[in-house]
Ligand binder design. Structure first.
Ligand SMILES: NC(=O)c1ccc[n+]([C@@H]2O[C@H](COP(=O)([O-])OP(=O)(O)OC[C@H]3O[C@@H](n4cnc5c(N)ncnc54)[C@H](O)[C@@H]3O)[C@@H](O)[C@H]2O)c1
Length: 394
């Protein structure tokens, strides 16, 4: 069967569902989008049509291509239309019970060979699959926002997923032009787990009065080459979304202090200071607002960078140690999923694992908190001054 003969079902026509539908239809598939909210479905259709017209107008795609994509996608108000789908990707509200209900319903509609995938950011694939009789065909296919633009997709086989289903899903999504990494079914998968300390450690330093938000943002851009500082990025993502992911990862790791959310962000969330979309978050986005100036103190900036990068690297190294994914996939995920300037493991080689270990050990000694414990693999490799890669990138 050529890839274009497949019909792809997408459940949920929100930000992610619409993007995923666009990707699959652009690859030439017939795509059916279903949403239980008729107004949301109609809105998604008109937004997508407008987007395709704009892309054609700006000559980003040919008018014929835009027309073909439109022909490929249909919007339906009933799941029965999914009966001939080869793959269904669910992108509905992040609620386990609701997702389980939809998967159980879906299993009675599609054929026995259809693969059922969830785009969940934070729920376990095993728990979603448990709603089905045949759990072996349920897999995680996690796109990043905006799905049409971001190249990375995490493929997450649950403990019950057949190996062939995970491999087949990877091959399909790669044929759509995406770059896939394989991740274990653990909280936050790769990106949403490893990235937590970029935000958490920055907030911690702000709370301790080590520096203000503008200075911390400056330090990570200046010394780390990050495109956005952590506070700018949290305001961009939305403090509601970012706080909920942090809280969920922390809870799912049985309240491991490494992932502990902050009261600072919780208060922003409670006050509905979500960031750019609400006009105020860590920063004020009113037209009249004056952006705070950073204190450009090189020694302070370097210390801030050292602390955040050591925390990020410790998490990436722990992920290798716990076989969450391969070192290559962890590096790919962080560069393509959250635009880090370098893969954290290759970067750790550059900085020196002994240096990363020293930073973590000093923090651990200073605070006496589990949050700062260097992971076992970092201890071992740091002491021996080992590297993850024998060859540096050109
Ligand atoms: N937004 C992101 O940045 C992002 C990134 C990666 C993954 N995700 C995940 O993707 C999923 C969707 O997120 P989103 O941001 O697109 O949400 P969204 O709120 O924009 O859209 C969700 C859509 O699902 C529909 N829906 C809700 N319950 C339904 C049901 N029972 N049956 C059919 N449709 C239903 C809603 O009407 C809505 O249109 C979530 O699991 C989320 O965690 C989100």
């Amino acid at each position: 069967m050529s890839s274009k003969d497949k019909t792809i079902g997408v459940i949920g026509s929100g930000a992610m569902g619409a993007g995923i539908a666009q990707v699959a239809a652009t690859a030439g598939h017939k795509v059916i989008v279903y949403d239980n909210n008729a107004a949301a479905l109609a809105k998604a259709k008109s937004a997508m049509w407008a987007l395709l017209d704009k892309l054609a107008e700006k000559q980003k795609i040919k008018p014929e291509a835009a027309a073909e994509i439109k022909t490929n996608i249909s919007f339906e108000e009933d799941l029965v239309h999914f009966k001939d789908c080869t793959l269904v990707i669910e992108a509905i509200v992040e609620n386990l019970e609701v997702k389980q209900k939809v998967f159980a319903q879906l299993e009675n509609i599609v054929s026995s060979g259809c693969v059922l995938a969830s785009n969940t950011s934070s729920l376990s694939i095993a728990s979603i699959a448990s709603a089905c009789t045949n759990t072996s065909r349920v897999v995680g296919i996690h796109f990043f926002n905006p799905a049409a633009v971001m190249p990375l997709v995490e493929i997450i086989p649950a403990i019950t997923t057949a190996a062939a289903v995970a491999q087949q899903s990877k091959a399909w999504v790669e044929s759509w032009g995406k770059i896939c990494v394989m991740a274990k079914d653990t909280p936050g998968f790769i990106v949403n787990r490893v990235a937590r300390s970029f935000y958490g450690e920055s907030i911690r330093m702000y709370e301790e009065g080590i520096a203000d938000i503008a200075t911390i943002d400056w330090a990570l851009k200046q010394f780390g080459g990050f495109k956005m500082g952590p506070f700018e990025l949290m305001d961009f993502i939305g403090n509601d979304v970012n706080f909920k992911v942090t809280e969920s990862v922390w809870e799912q790791f049985f309240f491991d202090p490494r992932f502990k959310p902050s009261l600072t962000q919780k208060r922003l969330y409670e006050a509905k200071l979500f960031g750019r979309k609400s006009g105020r978050g860590y920063y004020d986005y009113a037209e009249s607002a004056i952006k705070p100036e950073p204190l450009k103190d090189a020694a302070l900036g370097k210390m801030i960078f050292d602390r955040v990068i050591a925390m990020l690297m410790n998490e990436a190294i722990d992920s290798v140690y716990l076989r969450l994914a391969t070192k290559e996939d962890i590096d790919l995920a962080m560069t393509l999923g959250v635009n880090y300037p370098k893969g954290l493991l290759r970067w750790a080689d550059e900085i020196g694992l002994d240096h990363v270990l020293n930073t973590m050990s000093s923090l651990y000694e200073l605070y006496g908190e589990e949050r700062y414990r260097p992971c076992l693999l970092l201890k071992h490799m740091g002491k021996e001054k080992q590297k993850f890669y024998t060859q540096q990138m050109a």
